[in-house]
Design a protein around this ligand. Structure first.
Ligand SMILES: CC(C)(COP(=O)(O)OP(=O)(O)OC[C@H]1O[C@@H](n2cnc3c(N)ncnc32)[C@H](O)[C@@H]1OP(=O)(O)O)[C@@H](O)C(=O)NCCC(=O)NCCS
Length: 152
């Protein structure tokens, strides 16, 4: 099945779908309150948001995959809030989101990408060429993370 191309959210309804998927995949399963899926970095200049919709014609729009790139220095960016809808996992959508964010990073002149991966997703990022640097934080007291990096 062909999905629309990855792009940034454009309309208020698309932003709603974007944050809804973030919340459903990355926050709600750990009983985090609505709003916890948002970050001040979302609105910073230079931040790139990637959204893959189920359809360009569905109303309200439904997000299948999302991700975000936050420039952290003039040379480095951090990938954050990667989330694929469970029913669409394993079908290449995460790879598409990462390809979009990496292209945006190259276009912005970033020479290094870092991310903090959940333990369960380390294999996904390794498949895309990221390497583990070191263990990092434990989210919500139960989800170990690993710092990973790649030259985009
Ligand atoms: C982790 C996640 C982003 C991966 O996205 P996805 O769309 O399911 O992955 P893709 O289908 O694009 O997979 C790309 C490749 O990585 C592999 N892969 C995907 N998830 C993997 C995982 N958890 N562990 C190891 N390999 C994985 C796939 O088999 C595929 O390999 P291939 O090159 O042989 O085809 C997604 O499953 C997800 O949102 N999980 C829950 C939330 C989460 O953990 N987010 C990341 C927080 S750091």
């Amino acid at each position: 099945m062909a999905f629309p191309a990855v792009r940034s959210p454009r309309t208020p309804a698309e932003w709603d779908a974007y944050y809804q998927l973030r919340y459903a995949v990355l926050r709600q399963p750990w009983q985090q309150p609505p709003g916890s899926e948002r970050s001040p970095a979302d609105a910073e200049p230079g931040t790139v948001h990637a959204l893959l919709l189920a359809s360009e014609f569905e109303h309200p729009p439904v997000a299948l995959a999302v991700g975000m790139l936050q420039p952290t220095t003039a040379h480095e960016g951090q990938v954050r809030f990667m989330a694929v809808a469970p029913e669409a996992a394993g079908t290449g959508l995460g790879r598409q989101i990462m390809a979009y964010l990496e292209a945006q990073a190259r276009a912005a002149g970033l020479s290094e990408l870092v991310l903090h991966s959940r333990e369960s997703a380390v294999g996904f990022y390794q498949r895309l060429g990221y390497e583990v640097v070191e263990p990092s934080h434990t989210l919500f007291g139960v989800i170990p993370h690993f710092l990973m990096r790649k030259r985009p």
